[in-house]
Design a protein around this ligand. Structure first.
Ligand code: GAP
Length: 485
């Protein structure tokens, strides 16, 4: 019966129609690659954030969470290498003046090829990018006659690097040199963790290995920002830096690779829709890196990154701040090892909250058609969001607006709303109300009818199966709690 929707545009329209996601500043025709989360989207996003936060900080005794500021001292970004290296190779079409990230341009072209040719092209591209061979990349684009989507010509500039960080000015007093007041909007949350390493380690009396987790906004001036909330200019990251002994990075890298994939599977993402993709070209801070990719409606793409960041960041901050950032490892000292003081190595796990959101809704969005008992066709759109993540858990629906049914429904609502998100609705025919709840992913609906007044039972309807059963009204809360736990 289920027919998994493949039309990405339908999913985007659905998100708008039901209040999950709106284009930012839509009133003014929108702002490219910036989105607002509506009433249901904000709640679903919060549930995803909470699930990640709990898994990191509550379920791991040695991981703590922080909330660092978006603005940081400008030297942070010099030390981290972002001022010099956080850039992407871009190419401009001379006719349309449109700028492309070269990997996106080539990847989009590869989608029009058969699998063998596409794989060969992507491998060639990866090798050239790994060697920073920009002339080779331009030749690859020209040899394959890759054209601009607007001008349709192959008239390209040379490939150049463009920094992705947004800049703004700090303070009210304009200085002679504007660079003095310049601050960046952070392009990753990770640096807020690195610069607080000693603060957290000392005040929390943390012993290595331990982790610091953080969620928050990050900003990148993405040149090609497309595919809805997949690539945005303002987005949210959920990152965890795991501080370890030098030399143990291989072991912990493998540990977190496995741990994070399992977590995604526990979020209801099927194993068959997840895969690892090792990086060929490593970021300036990493000695190993892998993406966990999800098969989005538009193909396999990065969902989460696991990076072995060596001691790069802490060493750089020590160098630029001229402060000692080291850890005294008492256990090593007691074991008589040659060193007790060292700069910890780091394994990072980094997932975009918006990308996780897109994964969950891509997975959940389902168009179903079937024949009713009398042979007439029926259909529905249902968001099969895992109940523990669904924005609304229970809809409470009195069959009629009279005969004392709303009063009983309100009493149930008051009993449940402290424990989980409930929604009360007394308008429209019951079938229409069920369909609306399916469309927003509410796992349970309870209907209060005249029989409720006689025997204190209600109908509970299950979203995924559409099965209905009669249970005691006093059982409702427990049933829902069991289903969403
Ligand atoms: N601290 C490491 C780091 O930032 P990254 O691979 O650049 O690594 C980590 O980003 C994650 O952040 C990605 O796997 C992705 O989920 C998310 N992300 C990155 N850029 C994004 C964008 N423009 N829009 C939405 N999510 C993005």
């Amino acid at each position: 019966m289920a027919n998994e929707a493949k039309n990405f545009q339908d999913l985007i329209a659905h998100c708008k129609e039901y209040g999950f996601i709106f284009q930012s500043s839509e009133l003014y025709d929108g702002l490219s690659a910036v989105y607002d989360y509506g009433q249901l989207g904000a709640q679903l996003k919060k549930n995803l954030r909470d699930a990640w936060w709990k898994s990191m900080t509550q379920l791991h005794e040695n991981i703590v969470g922080i909330d660092a500021a978006i603005f940081m001292h400008p030297t942070v970004w010099k030390a981290s290498g972002h001022v010099d290296s956080f850039s992407d190779p871009m190419i401009d079409n001379k006719d349309s003046k449109k700028r492309y990230r070269v990997d996106h341009l080539i990847e989009a072209f590869a989608e029009s090829l058969n699998k063998e040719a596409a794989d060969a092209l992507i491998t060639q591209m990866d090798n050239l990018l790994a060697a920073d061979d920009f002339a080779g990349i331009k030749k690859l684009i020209e040899d394959n006659k890759i054209t601009c989507t607007i001008s349709k010509t192959c008239n390209w500039t040379d490939v150049r690097q463009f920094n992705l960080m947004f800049k703004t000015e700090f303070g009210a007093v304009a200085s002679e040199n504007p660079e003095d007041n310049m601050v960046y909007l952070r392009p990753e949350t990770a640096q807020g963790i690195f610069v607080n390493f000693l603060n957290v380690q000392k005040t929390g009396r943390m012993k290595i290995p331990f982790g610091i987790a953080q969620t928050g906004k990050a900003f990148r001036n993405e040149i090609v920002a497309r595919q809805f909330i997949f690539r945005m200019r303002e987005f949210e990251q959920m990152e965890m830096q795991y501080f370890i002994r030098p030399g143990s990075q291989k072991q912990w890298y493998e540990f977190w690779k496995a741990e994070r994939k399992t977590w995604l599977e526990n979020m209801g993402i099927p194993t068959t829709k997840l895969r690892y993709h090792d990086h060929v070209k490593l970021a300036h801070y990493a000695d190993a890196a892998v993406d966990i990719e999800y098969e989005f409606p538009f193909g396999w793409k990065e969902l989460e990154g696991i990076h072995s960041r060596t001691d790069f960041d802490l060493s750089q901050h020590a160098k630029f701040s001229k402060k000692k950032i080291q850890y005294f490892d008492n256990d090593l000292n007691e074991a008589g090892k040659p060193y007790g003081n060292y700069t910890p190595f780091v394994i990072e796990t980094s997932i975009g909250l918006d990308r996780l959101f897109l994964t969950i809704i891509s997975q959940a969005y389902t168009e179903e058609t079937w024949n009713k008992e009398d042979g007439t066709p029926d259909s529905r759109v249902v968001m099969r969001i895992p109940p523990k993540l669904a924005p609304t858990k229970l809809a409470i629906l009195p069959l009629l607006k009279k005969d004392g049914l709303p009063e009983i429904a309100r009493e149930l609502m008051n009993d449940c709303k402290n424990d989980f998100m409930c929604f009360y609705e007394e308008k429209d025919a019951i079938g229409k109300r069920y369909r609306r709840m399916d469309a927003i992913g509410t796992p349970y609906c309870v209907t209060i009818d005249h029989q409720t007044k006689e025997d204190q039972t209600v109908t509970i309807r299950h979203r995924d199966t559409m099965q209905q059963e009669r249970i005691s009204i006093t059982e409702v809360k427990k049933r829902v709690q069991e289903g969403i736990s």
